[in-house]
Design a protein around this ligand. Structure first.
Ligand SMILES: *Cc1c(COP(=O)(O)O)cnc(C)c1O
Length: 423
């Protein structure tokens, strides 16, 4: 085995065959980090070899993933290698000439969560389990439903009854068994855990299953690889010169995405494939800011909030990966910021009109946070900044329509068009 598991709370280490989910010493809170054998990886592969790969998906990083044979277990659905766009408009407005947007809404079920579900489904296949389950605010479930459909594996998804219709439609269309819980995401999470324990189903729950982070870290690999000087475009550099940005902005709910980005960067730094650790900036909705609160108070103790925000995908009373999410920001010298629902919604048309990327609220929140950080002087103008856009706008049309404006209704005549004075 080329990896093992280590408790984020007490540091106890475990064989990955002995422990499936969390550290046995801490109930359900002892999240496990995956510790890779970096010496072995360095012997097998290197950035140049990976950059020469024709596999434009997360599986180009298979040697850095905790799977026995990704070629056999990877579900056949294209995940990852999403575009990293250099900003065309908003960067200039903010005085950031080196601003990039990573559009993870381009994944098969239209959110970042596909990265995690792909790796967890691959793991489930290697373990030979029959049924896979998760609780979700919507996107993790949609991702699991899609990846499970690709793997021909039955999935049971627990979501709050109030999840946006588009996300529920995704769950149903992919053929998952959909359980609509009359309660919050947090209640659905605890219920799914109980069900998994009593029925023996494989559980993907965020910050319970150790491998979601291992899927999510691939976004950091992509960022550093995509920022490499392109020999084709510039005639400079070599395909193996990966480059870390100065800072990465990302929205935070449960804190598993930011933990995953951090893990990927720690892997690359340990392998010496990048030269520095970027700052991680976590953006939370003002009404769901438990990680922000803990960071601000200088503690790792996460206090429950009564989460309320338009950005359903980052609404969490008790962030399940809060401890790592606070550490990710503190240990990289980043910061947490909060944004209001109005700021989150206003960022949707700004991104769509300025960069042609349509985001759901939980994704636009990262950009709203970046704007605030610039105003507060937290970003230098010469920094290379990456703003992670985690989910597609079609996920939540009701929110988009609040800020989209309205079309013009007319009679079907040329005269009616002329009267609009379009020229
Ligand atoms: C899940 C999600 C997030 C936040 O991820 P956490 O791990 O909950 O912090 C952000 N944006 C979108 C679109 C998501 O689906």
């Amino acid at each position: 085995m080329h990896y093992h598991l280590k408790c984020t709370l007490c540091g106890a280490e475990y064989d990955s065959n002995a422990v499936r989910y969390v550290c046995p010493k801490h109930g359900d809170d002892g999240i496990l980090d995956t510790i890779l054998d970096y010496a072995k990886i360095a012997k097998e592969t290197n950035p140049r070899k990976i950059s020469d790969s024709r596999d434009f998906s997360i599986w180009r990083y298979a040697p850095l993933l905790p799977l026995d044979d990704a070629r056999k277990s990877a579900p056949p659905l294209h995940v990852g290698w999403t575009p990293l766009y250099r900003s065309t408009t908003l960067g200039a407005q903010l005085g950031l000439p080196n601003l990039y947007f990573k559009d993870d809404g381009r994944n098969p079920t239209a959110s970042f969560k596909d990265r995690a579900s792909a790796v967890v489904v691959a793991k489930a296949r290697e373990l030979g389990v029959e049924i896979i389950t998760t609780a979700s605010t919507g996107n993790a479930g949609a991702a699991l439903a899609g990846l499970a459909a690709a793997a021909k594996m039955p999935a049971v998804i627990f979501v709050p009854q109030t999840a946006p219709q588009a996300k529920i439609a995704q769950l149903l269309i992919f053929g998952a068994r959909v359980i609509l819980v009359k309660g919050t995401y947090d209640q659905a999470f605890d219920l799914c855990l109980q069900v998994s324990k009593s029925f023996g189903w494989y559980c993907r729950n965020t910050a319970y299953n150790p491998y979601t982070v291992e899927g999510k870290k691939t976004a950091s690999f992509e960022i550093c690889e995509q920022l490499a000087p392109s020999p084709v475009a510039t005639g400079e550099g070599r395909s193996g010169d990966w480059k870390a940005p100065d800072s990465i902005f990302v929205s935070v709910g449960d804190g598993n995405v930011i933990s995953g980005l951090w893990k990927g960067l720690r892997d690359l730094l340990a392998l010496n494939w990048i030269e520095k650790m970027p700052k991680l900036l976590g953006i939370q909705a003002e009404g769901s800011a438990a990680c922000y609160n803990a960071w601000k108070a200088g503690t790792e103790k996460i206090t429950v909030v009564n989460a309320q925000t338009v950005a359903d995908s980052i609404s969490a009373d008790l962030p399940r990966d809060g401890v790592r999410a606070v550490r990710a920001v503190r240990e990289t010298g980043g910061a947490y910021l909060t944004v209001t629902d109005d700021e989150i919604l206003a960022a949707i048309p700004e991104l769509a009109r300025g960069e042609a990327i349509f985001c759901e609220p939980a994704a636009s929140a990262a950009y709203a946070g970046l704007k605030k950080a610039v105003k507060q002087g937290l970003v230098r103008s010469d920094e290379t900044v990456v703003c992670m856009l985690t989910g597609n706008g079609l996920k939540d049309i009701a929110s988009a329509m609040k800020v989209a404006g309205a079309g013009t209704v007319i009679e079907p005549t040329l005269e009616a068009v002329k009267q609009l004075n379009l020229k």
